[in-house]
Design a protein. Structure first.
Length: 123
């Protein structure tokens, strides 16, 4: 495949959300690859070809923030957008701990998603 559209990795444990995001991204001329967990993404061969990560904060097993920290510690600096359906003090703390990365609260609009991806990929 020619690399003329950004490849977004969607890491989301909810299958319906994962599929909806994949369809939305593809309709907007992104390539989208999906993973049900952080561990699935880490073991994937396509891991090295993605341009941006869209990560749910609350994943089973390794959380989205733990994945972000593991990638950063390993020297991998990819644009990241975090997302969550929760709005509680523990989640806000996780977002603060993640550092200056764009984040979205579910449900969010396609426009908000594309703006967050743009912010992540241009910073």
């Amino acid at each position: 495949m020619a690399k003329n559209c950004p490849i977004i990795a969607v890491i989301e444990d909810d299958a319906s959300v994962r599929i909806a995001l994949q369809q939305l991204l593809r309709a907007a001329a992104f390539e989208a690859v999906t993973f049900a967990s952080a561990e699935e993404f880490l073991s994937s061969e396509s891991r090295g070809s993605v341009d941006c990560l869209l990560i749910d904060i609350h994943l089973p097993g390794m959380t989205g923030v733990a994945l972000l920290k593991a990638l950063t510690a390993g020297g991998g600096v990819l644009p990241v957008v975090l997302m969550t359906a929760r709005d509680d003090s523990a989640t806000r703390e996780l977002i603060r701990d993640a550092g200056p990365v764009p984040h979205l609260h579910k449900p969010f609009s396609g426009q908000d998603l594309f703006e967050a991806i743009d912010r992540a990929m241009t910073s």
